[in-house]
Ligand binder design. Structure first.
Ligand SMILES: NC(=O)c1ccc[n+]([C@@H]2O[C@H](COP(=O)([O-])OP(=O)(O)OC[C@H]3O[C@@H](n4cnc5c(N)ncnc54)[C@H](O)[C@@H]3O)[C@@H](O)[C@H]2O)c1
Length: 414
């Protein structure tokens, strides 16, 4: 980047995003036409999504943009014919890109989201949809004014387990639900904190566009550790509620059609490994929802015996969804969902086992890019789950319960 383009980049970041000028009209795709994809941010998750999209028939990855040269080289190895760019705006200028996958760090999601739809491209944006509530409002508003197809990277919205849970709830066999409990647990060897990644020796200021990574965040010296381990710092991350609770809370919100929480409380701290991280590793969240339902989520990084799961507790029955491992990234074979009747109110009921197959979340987005139908995790789902995440974090950082109104009125720093 020249000094001028760098200055322009920062100026636009300060504005929040590139201005919404006349929205370019996108190509109308025939049912069998090839969908051409670009990607912004091809790190750990981006590489996985690149592999996923390369497997989808009649889809072509045309270009990627990443601020770190190593990532561009790695992407080229996986897809040799792509253009590998440093500046995401050059990718969005490309006429031969129909849809864009965003897998950048959390503090960049809103910018990449807004820039992508204002460039007239369809969007697959990794979760959590945004870093803050004002950004979530901005993205929701922009999406409502746009005809772009938007899928949020909440892949459990495409799970068979969600379809099963919805069916049982619709059939009325769960009864009145007042409480949902959920949990997620991981462990690491002593002395090795969850999420901490080694910094490659080529991660230098020469090989990284640090200002583009900062995107208007407090000006600071190049910091390779923060680039690689952005998850550990509030300035860039939302901690484990943004990384993992979001999947489960979104699943619960969708199963019960809960909307946005009315209040949140979160306690915990950095207890497992005191390695300089800011975001807590031990967490207990309580979310109140307007339909007389309390949802709890707890998490630890120093015990993984109980994996992760959700229990929907109804007056007439229980839905139990368990994943043995604590890996949210891929649906694991040991994932199970069952329904158990409550003897007192359904004495003749019997246990049910979920049987619905998962859908491929990425393929669902590509299908919708062609059909213009609504994908499984649309922007409203991204918005609701993002609000739950940000309300929980705000409560933790303010050390008090926060209501939806208080959370919406709060102006986040940075
Ligand atoms: N859905 C899931 O199961 C799942 C799993 C893991 C991660 N994620 C999400 O994916 C996102 C990325 O996580 P990750 O682990 O891949 O992080 P990462 O740090 O490995 O990758 C982020 C990439 O973005 C690049 N980048 C930084 N600033 C950029 C900019 N301005 N323009 C273009 N590229 C830029 C970095 O160089 C890096 O290659 C996060 O939001 C995370 O929550 C989702």
């Amino acid at each position: 980047m020249t000094d001028n383009t760098r200055r322009e980049f920062i100026k636009q970041a300060a504005l929040g995003t590139t201005a919404f000028l006349a929205m370019p009209s996108a190509r109308v795709l025939g049912a069998n036409e090839r969908v051409r994809i670009g990607m912004i941010g091809v790190g750990g998750r981006g590489e996985e999504l690149l592999e996923q999209v390369l497997e989808i028939p009649n889809t072509q990855v045309v270009a990627i943009a990443d601020v770190y040269s190593r990532r561009r080289d790695q992407a080229r190895q996986k897809a040799p014919n792509i253009q590998a760019l440093e500046d995401h705006r050059r990718l969005l200028d490309m006429k031969d890109v129909d849809g864009v996958i965003v897998a950048s760090p959390l503090h960049l999601h809103a910018r990449h989201f807004l820039d992508t739809i204002s460039a007239g491209k369809d969007l697959y944006c990794e979760k959590t949809m945004t870093w803050s509530i004002p950004e979530a409002e901005q993205c929701l508003e922009a999406a409502k004014k746009s005809d772009r197809i938007i899928q949020i990277g909440l892949q459990h919205e495409s799970s068979g387990a969600l379809a099963d849970a919805r069916e049982w709830i619709k059939d009325g066999i769960v009864g009145k639900v007042t409480h949902v409990e959920s949990w997620m647990s991981r462990n690491t060897p002593h002395g090795k904190g969850q999420w901490v990644r080694p910094v490659p020796s080529d991660c230098t200021s020469q090989n990284v566009n640090w200002e583009a990574f900062l995107n208007g965040r407090k000006e600071s010296q190049f910091d390779a550790y923060k680039l690689i381990n952005w998850r550990l710092f509030w300035e860039f991350s939302g901690g484990n509620v943004a990384e993992n609770m979001v999947h489960q809370i979104s699943w619960i919100i969708s199963a019960l059609d809960l909307g946005v929480p009315s209040a949140a409380y979160m306690s915990g701290g950095v207890f497992s490994e005191k390695d300089g991280r800011e975001v807590p590793d031990t967490i207990a969240v309580t979310l109140d929802f307007p339909k007389d339902i309390v949802v709890t989520w707890q998490s630890t990084f120093s015990n993984k015996r109980y994996g992760l799961g959700e229990r929907i507790l109804g007056s007439d029955g229980t839905i139990e969804h368990i994943e043995g491992g604590s890996e949210m990234m891929a649906a694991k074979s040991e994932e199970v969902i069952h329904y158990y009747p409550e003897e007192v109110n359904r004495s003749h009921g019997s246990r049910l086992d979920g049987t619905t197959q998962d859908q491929n979340h990425m393929a669902n987005w590509i299908d919708c890019v062609r059909s213009r139908k609504t994908p499984n995790a649309p922007v409203e789902t991204g918005y609701r789950s993002a609000l739950a995440v940000h309300m929980a974090n705000l409560s933790y950082r303010q050390k008090q319960r926060v209501t939806l109104e208080e959370a919406k009125a709060y102006k986040p720093e940075y």
